[in-house]
Design a protein around this ligand. Structure first.
Ligand code: GLA
Length: 385
């Protein structure tokens, strides 16, 4: 939907004209999986799929939102925020609650909400909803004459806190960070320990194809939290604050002290952190072959050591490997347990490889994939209408 249609939806629903449009993108992670909550490195890019809020401020402390995707609506008071129905509104409630807890004086607003980041597919529709909501509160504050100041990194921290404390998933900061601060044509190499980041130009001549396995994401929340707990247990045994502080030399020296499963988790994190640094260097020198090899290694490690892949994700990576010329690499992206994989493909081969995936994946899994080539997009923003 474009902004004209959303404005019409707003007027139909709220019987007035909207004054702002707030938006935030979904993301894919090129490499650096399950490293963010270990204070490590990640290399995600924002994608050209987003969540949009078209709205106008209110003079009271109520937020009313109608969802164009779900066809229902909900509202809450900024003075009494708790989880409830409809479920999609919890991301808005959680952000409002977190901002309020931080002491921000918020302005209520009416809005219609729409997105084309498929939910529950590992492309961070929740982070996009959270970052778009912060932009809506920024817009409503400015337009009502009581502006609040939230910079891009602070917005990401607020989104993560909302996710951890309000939604109940112990996620790291990567998704909110890239949705907040993504840059067109670039991936961001983020150091999740000190939040420093570097924009790395996307390779010219290659495209990231997202393949949504369309498999239900089972156990996503609980298994995710369990992996995080494994990492924390490993850090305790090794006597470090976080696995970021574990060097390869230290790991080799101490690995016998770790229970096998935890040893595998730690090995993944230590190797994956290094892969992010190597992938960043490879991208900078335009070495797509090396970048692709690192992607395959990352996938194998997530499959065998971290145990968060799935037969469907593995099938995508296998098909990509078998596709031959033009495919540099492939891997699952995001938390795993279903969701999406990405394939890095030479531009000249995008149509052929997409067609091959569309043909082969159902034969191997019985499911129909959603396949979309992606472009690196900019981060969250708002504009007056
Ligand atoms: C999810 C989380 C992120 C990150 C990834 C795995 O997307 O929200 O914080 O941990 O999984 O890399």
């Amino acid at each position: 939907m474009d902004s004209i249609n959303l404005s019409q939806e707003f007027t139909a629903h709220f019987h007035r004209t909207p004054s702002f449009l707030a938006r935030a993108p979904g993301r894919v992670n090129l490499i650096g999986e399950h490293t963010d909550y270990n204070n490590g490195f990640v290399l995600p890019m924002a994608i050209n799929r987003r969540v949009v809020l078209v709205g106008a401020p209110r003079s009271d402390r109520v937020v009313r939102i109608a969802s164009c995707n779900f066809g229902n609506s909900g509202e809450f008071s900024l003075d009494a925020i708790s989880k409830g129905e409809p479920d999609w509104l919890n991301y808005v409630r959680g952000v409002a609650r977190t901002l309020t807890d931080y002491g921000y004086a918020l302005t209520g607003f009416d809005a219609v909400m729409w997105g084309d980041v498929p939910p529950a597919s590992g492309l961070s529709s929740s982070a996009a909803s959270e970052m778009a909501t912060i932009q809506a509160f920024l817009a409503a504050g400015v337009q009502a004459g009581s502006p609040i100041e939230v910079d891009g990194i602070k917005a990401a921290k607020i989104g993560q806190k909302c996710e951890n404390q309000f939604i109940g998933v112990n996620s790291g900061i990567m998704d909110q960070f890239i949705s907040s601060l993504g840059q067109p044509g670039h991936a961001l190499k983020i150091d999740c320990r000190d939040y420093s980041f570097e924009a790395v130009p996307m390779p010219v001549g290659a495209t990231v194809i997202v393949v949504d396995t369309t498999a239900p994401r089972t156990l996503a929340g609980s298994a995710y939290n369990a992996r995080r707990a494994d990492c924390e247990a490993g850090a305790v045994i090794l006597g470090v604050d976080s696995l970021r502080d574990v060097t390869m030399a230290m790991f080799k020296r101490r690995q016998a002290d770790l229970p096998t499963e935890i040893m595998h988790r730690v090995a993944h994190v230590v190797l994956e952190d290094q892969r992010v640094l190597d992938a960043t260097a490879a991208m900078k020198r335009g070495d797509l072959e090396e970048l692709g090899i690192l992607m395959y290694h990352s996938h194998e490690s997530l499959r065998d050591l971290y145990e968060v892949s799935s037969p469907d994700l593995d099938a995508v990576v296998e098909i990509a490997r078998e596709a031959g010329e033009g495919v540099y690499g492939a891997r699952m992206t995001g938390a795993g347990f279903g969701g999406c994989a990405i394939v890095l493909v030479d531009n000249a081969h995008v149509d052929r490889v997409s067609a091959l995936l569309a043909d082969e994946y159902p034969k191997r899994t019985g499911r129909t994939p959603n396949i979309y080539p992606c472009v690196a997009a900019g981060g969250a923003s708002w504009q007056a209408l």
